[in-house]
Design a protein around this ligand. Structure first.
Ligand code: IPT
Length: 956
């Protein structure tokens, strides 16, 4: 054993202090890079390499398991830590992050990386939490966000996006030139956490190899020296050539798999309609990388994310993830999404999503853990515990058996011989209850092992395994984790409730076996070095084994549910297992006390297996006593109750003065080409058009065309008279890979003109309010798709020959943001938005007192303020709930000036996340609603709802 010298330890301690100081959030944005640089001078640098089996850090194999996270979908940087700690707590060791070009760049050459866009803080948080980062800066990201991450101003840049076209090249090189330095500074090779760099996204539909080569050359020039990856969609065959060699080839090519489809409508019917989901090996020089593996779904059918969560639920995870693990031999996994978040403001791409991007993922939009989280925890803890042998495996002979309804598939580590056996149904869709007996030879001998698979399920069984100081010959239970704690091994195995289990352990002589009181009916027998334990998975059984030539073992045998109650964390004094809290964020030994940072949903019992004899939870010492299992037991407090006020004191004001003939639009931009609101720099939200003409008096009909993106509307007024609304044009979908011809008649509207409204020879004004639901993505890399115009694209008046002269007004300032903190997606061009009616400081004292209720067509605002006094040191996520109303209307909701989404009456989403941080949990908040009604409508006032209440949490 090598010994570290005292001076080295002292130096390390000093450096740790410096680095803690430097971890403080930077005072000024301009200092950020400089600070990052200093930070890494005191951090250790590491080397990242790989071979056909796995990634290696400093020569040590790593089994990478990441959840995807989008910081831009959680506009509260303090809460990034909450989500990342929840990833870490369930055994992920990495986070995969898209970086959203359009989110940072409102205008060519203008970039912002401060506040909710502070990527340096994001990467630092990942480092502090202890997660590797797979950095995915695009330039194209897809992700169901506006433009697929391309900035809307790119519509005005000539040249095909996602190609080596010079116009596009200049634009994206500028983006990479801004984002890459952050990613480079935070690389593992400089002491940070970025371990992989993903170039582009599913670049399957295009084959511009030069573009892929240029992207990588740029990254390298910007200092990226970790392996570059690509997420290929959706199987290797879609590439025309081998992307592991030749121009544009990446270091580690990965594959995206979404086997369960996005059909949330029928969540129980499909079983891998899009295939088996076995990640393909794309090269013999690099490991198999499941770059995006389905962990939820978009809700394109608008049936609600709970159904998507069901579609991709625990059974799906058990079957597909384990099947993939053993069949593919992948050692890098990234799950899309780990936490989806919120499409606040005008962040959504209109075709597949609305405000919520919950994604049916394991952590809900309001940061709550689900049963899917438990399953990730079971599987991830296993991957962590068995990473040694699992990171280097080859296909192996699977144990034989005689039930054709069941199938075994095996991999083995070539040096240790450890075997990993997948037990699945032969027909993957089978729901039958089948049993068989495996004839299983491991390096320890030949074993017969009864196994069972009931319904949609799969198991990974381990044989010939060094389980800490123990030797596991075979087991029909699955391993969740094992750890050496206080001189003994603690191993946690699990199985489905009521199923029988057998575990065989090896000893040099008969060990002493003590079955502690509890469930499971454990029976032990010993012969020829094999201790065989037979039991039923029921509750939690505990068996103490000592002697037999090994260090003592506490074997915990639980059901799935009992196993998932355990948390594992690592301290400088070794690993810790805890049960009884609803989350364990981290653990630390401080002067003989084991200090846990944990969340609790209710007061209850806690049990701790760890170093030391004293326990503190969230800095408060708790009395504990020793148990027969050698653990410490005590009680933890729960949260204090939390309440939210009713929303009262509403004031209202209607707007749309733009509709009136006399409105002064002289400051508006003259619109002499009516094709593109984006041409004028109005990229998000609502845009007004006012057209003047001289009436003939013979006009009969206004005919219009406007493009809004799916679900968008536009409204027409003539001389202040409301003529009506129409659905805006959407992306014409001619199918993948085709060049979609522009629709000649997009979003048609036809409005008859009431007689007498126009008088011959008099000036008339046509006012049109067009919503922009966001920009199409560019998944197929066909120019026409993401560049589809938004806005009024045609207007004519039957019975009039005269010219209409137009002026246009969108968000105040256009590309020159007037609200840099909230950024490009916060506001459109409603009068109230341009005038600041959504902002906390606005004086609404002159407005009429009235709660949301009956509205007339057009735009109506409501404002109120509410005080919150949520208990300190608790995490109490709130939503704003909209009850269904009558009529066609939609509501933009602003909390403290932040646009947190759009409620569309009649659509499935009625609850909107209000993230703490921008919501003041102990203070006064302003709520402003912009109600855009298409007809006379009636809404009921929204209300605040408490989603959950935990003691603990992070400070937002
Ligand atoms: C894949 C994308 O890479 C990702 O950005 C996201 O859009 C995801 O799908 C769906 O939510 S695209 C692939 C499944 C066709």
């Amino acid at each position: 054993m090598r010994r570290r010298s005292r001076t080295m330890l002292a130096l390390a301690a000093a450096l740790a202090l410096i680095s803690t100081a430097l971890h403080a959030p930077p005072a000024k944005a301009s200092n950020q890079l400089h600070q990052v640089h200093q930070l890494h001078q005191v951090h250790q640098v590491h080397q990242v390499t790989y071979d056909k089996y796995s990634l290696k850090i400093d020569g040590k194999r790593v089994l990478l398991r990441a959840g995807e996270f989008h910081y831009f979908r959680l506009p509260s940087p303090g809460l990034w830590r909450d989500v990342l700690e929840k990833y870490k707590a369930e055994g992920f060791n990495a986070v995969s992050i898209y970086f959203h070009w359009g989110y940072h760049s409102p205008k060519p050459g203008v970039y912002d990386f401060t506040g909710v866009r502070d990527v340096d803080r994001l990467l630092r948080t990942a480092e502090e939490v202890g997660l590797y980062v797979i950095a995915r800066p695009g330039p194209y990201i897809n992700a169901e966000t506006t433009g697929g991450g391309l900035p809307a101003w790119l519509k005005n840049v000539p040249g095909r996006a996602r190609s080596s076209d010079p116009g596009y090249t200049a634009a994206y090189q500028d983006w990479l030139g801004h984002i890459d330095p952050y990613l480079a500074e935070h690389q593992v090779t400089r002491g940070g956490s970025v371990v992989l760099y993903n170039a582009e996204n599913e670049y399957a539909a295009n084959t511009d190899r030069q573009y892929m080569a240029d992207l990588q050359a740029k990254a390298r020039a910007d200092g990226i020296d970790v392996p570059i990856t690509h997420n290929q969609c959706c199987d290797a065959a879609s590439w025309t050539t081998d992307w592991s060699t030749g121009l544009g080839a990446v270091d580690i090519a990965g594959v995206d798999d979404y086997p369960q489809s996005f059909e949330c409508r029928e969540p129980d019917t499909p079983w891998g309609p899009w295939g088996e989901g076995v990640t393909e090996r794309l090269s013999d020089k690099s490991p198999v990388f499941a770059a995006e593996y389905q962990a939820g779904s978009i809700d394109a059918q608008g049936v609600g994310f709970d159904k998507c969560r069901q579609l991709t639920g625990v059974k799906y995870m058990k079957y597909f993830y384990k099947n993939n693990l053993i069949q593919s031999g992948a050692t890098l996994f990234s799950y899309y999404m780990g936490f989806g978040g919120t499409n606040w403001g005008w962040l959504p791409q209109p075709n597949d999503v609305g405000t919520s991007y919950d994604y049916g993922s394991q952590i809900t939009e309001n940061r709550q853990l689900t049963d899917k989280y438990d399953e990730f925890k079971r599987q991830n803890y296993f991957l962590g515990a068995a990473a040694g042998p699992l990171t280097e495996t080859d296909p192996a002979t699977a144990p034989a058996h005689d039930n054709s309804a069941l199938q075994t598939v095996a991999r083995a580590n070539p040096s240790s011989g450890t075997q990993f056996v997948l037990l699945r149904h032969t027909d993957r869709a089978a729901t039958t209850d089948d049993s068989t007996t495996l004839d299983w030879t491991t390096r320890d001998g030949r074993y017969t092992l009864p196994v069972r698979l009931n319904g949609r399920d799969a198991k990974v069984l381990v044989g010939g395994y060094d389980m800490g100081g123990q030797r596991l010959a075979v087991s029909s239970s699955e391993i969740m984790t094992h750890a050496e704690i206080g001189g003994r091994d603690v191993a946690l195995l699990y199985g489905r409730d009521g199923e029988a289990g057998r575990t065989v352990l090896r000893y040099s002589g008969a060990p002493t076996v003590k079955v502690l009181p509890g469930d499971g009916g454990v029976r032990a027998s010993y012969a020829n070095g094999d201790l065989t334990l037979d039991y039923t998975h029921r509750g939690l059984a505990r068996v103490q084994i000592s002697g037999g030539g090994r260090r003592p073992l506490l074997l915990l045998l639980g059901t799935d549910e009992e196993a998932a109650k355990f948390w594992r964390a690592d301290t400088s004094a070794g690993p810790v297992l805890v049960r009884g809290t609803s989350l364990l964020r981290s653990a630390q030994m401080r002067g003989g006390t084991l200090d846990l940072r944990a969340d609790t949903a209710a007061a209850g019992d806690i049990e701790v297996f760890g170093p030391g004899r004293k326990v503190a939870v969230n800095d408060t010492a708790i009395p504990v006593h020793g148990t027969a299992s050698g653990s410490l037991a005590g009680r933890v407090p729960g949260p204090r109750p939390a309440t939210v006020p009713a929303l009262t004191g509403w004031r209202t004001h209607s707007e749309a003065p733009e509709a009136a003939t006399a409105f002064d639009d002289s400051s508006w931009t003259v619109a002499d080409h009516t094709t593109h609101a984006d041409d004028y720099g109005f990229h998000n939200g609502h845009v007004w058009y006012r057209g003047r003409f001289t009436a003939t008096g013979a006009e009969t009909t206004v005919k219009t065309n406007a493009i809004t993106g799916k679900n968008g509307i536009y409204q027409v007024w003539l001389n202040g008279r409301y003529l009506g609304s129409a659905a805006g044009g959407v992306q014409a979908d001619a199918g993948e890979g085709t060049t979609t011809p522009p629709n000649p008649d997009p979003g048609p509207g036809s409005f008859s003109i009431p007689s007498g409204l126009l008088k011959k020879g008099e000036p008339a004004v046509l006012s049109v309010l067009v919503e922009n639901m966001g920009h199409n993505d560019d998944w197929t890399a066909e120019e026409i798709r993401h560049k589809q115009p938004r806005g009024l694209v045609g207007a004519s008046i039957t019975g009039s020959a005269g010219q209409i002269s137009w002026r246009i007004q969108g968000a105040k300032g256009g590309e020159d943001l007037t609200d840099k903190a909230r950024g490009p997606f916060n506001n459109g061009g409603l009068y109230g938005e341009r005038t600041g009616w959504h902002l906390p400081g606005f004086g609404d004292g002159g407005w009429k007192a009235s709660a949301p209720g009956s509205v007339t067509p057009g735009v109506n605002w409501y404002r109120t303020a509410f005080g919150l006094n949520l208990p300190k040191k608790q995490d109490v996520p709130l939503t704003l709930h909209f009850a269904k109303g009558d009529g066609k209307y939609r509501v933009l909701l602003f909390v403290n000036g932040w646009n947190l989404g759009q409620y569309i009456n009649g659509e499935v989403q009625q609850d909107f996340a209000l993230p703490a941080g921008l919501l003041k949990e102990r203070g006064r908040n302003t709520l402003a609603l912009a109600v855009v009604a298409e007809n006379d409508a009636k809404l009921s006032p929204p209300s605040l709802r408490i989603v959950a209440n935990h003691l603990g949490g992070v400070s937002p």
